[in-house]
Design a protein around this ligand. Structure first.
Ligand SMILES: CC(C)(COP(=O)(O)OP(=O)(O)OC[C@H]1O[C@@H](n2cnc3c(N)ncnc32)[C@H](O)[C@@H]1OP(=O)(O)O)[C@@H](O)C(=O)NCCC(=O)NCCS
Length: 168
């Protein structure tokens, strides 16, 4: 098990989150439809922003956002039923890519969605060109629903259903 420590981001982390979301291998993959507005994001009642630190050094290395898609007032996901959550994730430290940390971060986020928030469905929307991320989500059990355009972003929507939730 990769050693990561998770903590909820606060207003004190706004500058850090800004830097982490602008890393050259991250920014082009985050899409353009709704730019992250960190002072607002960390205090939004319908989502949780988590920072993952490498346990050995306490260095921040990644961000994972868990949000209640049905409660998001922006209506980004359109008409979705209560219990539909969405996840955004990135590893900001390029030296830590492809070491299994993304998997640990997703398992943390999936556990929050299904077991803390009782979500029945998790949605993800990588850019269609981000084939590596799509493979990553499929590796975790997400299934492709299909293409969808969010603003100017051509995305692929994937979903994961909580076992025994009746989500079809
Ligand atoms: C997507 C991301 C979070 C994956 O994290 P990661 O720690 O690199 O992924 P893991 O090491 O846990 O990968 C687990 C498995 O997913 C698949 N996978 C991960 N990255 C992949 C890639 N670039 N290409 C193909 N398969 C990939 C592989 O099956 C991998 O297992 P393997 O390394 O044993 O072959 C990370 O690449 C990232 O932050 N990318 C930049 C930002 C981004 O694209 N975020 C997603 C926006 S939707």
């Amino acid at each position: 098990m990769k050693e990561l420590t998770f903590r909820r981001a606060s207003r004190d982390d706004v500058e850090l989150l800004d830097v982490m979301s602008k890393a050259p291998h991250v920014l082009p993959n985050l899409g353009t439809d709704q730019p992250w507005d960190w002072p607002r994001e960390v205090e939004a009642s319908w989502q949780e922003v988590w920072i993952s630190d490498l346990s050995a050094t306490s260095s921040p290395m990644g961000v994972v956002v868990v949000l209640d898609a049905a409660a998001d007032p922006s209506g980004y996901w359109g008409e979705v039923s209560p219990g539909t959550y969405a996840i955004d994730i990135w590893i900001a430290d390029a030296a830590q890519l492809r070491k299994g940390y993304g998997t640990v971060m997703m398992l943390h986020a999936i556990d929050l969605c299904f077991h803390v928030h009782s979500a029945h469905t998790i949605l993800i929307d990588p850019l269609a060109e981000n084939e590596g991320a799509i493979s990553f989500y499929q590796h975790l059990g997400f299934e492709v629903i299909g293409p969808r355009t969010f603003g100017a972003d051509e995305c692929i929507v994937l979903r994961l259903c909580r076992p025994d939730s009746g989500c079809d």
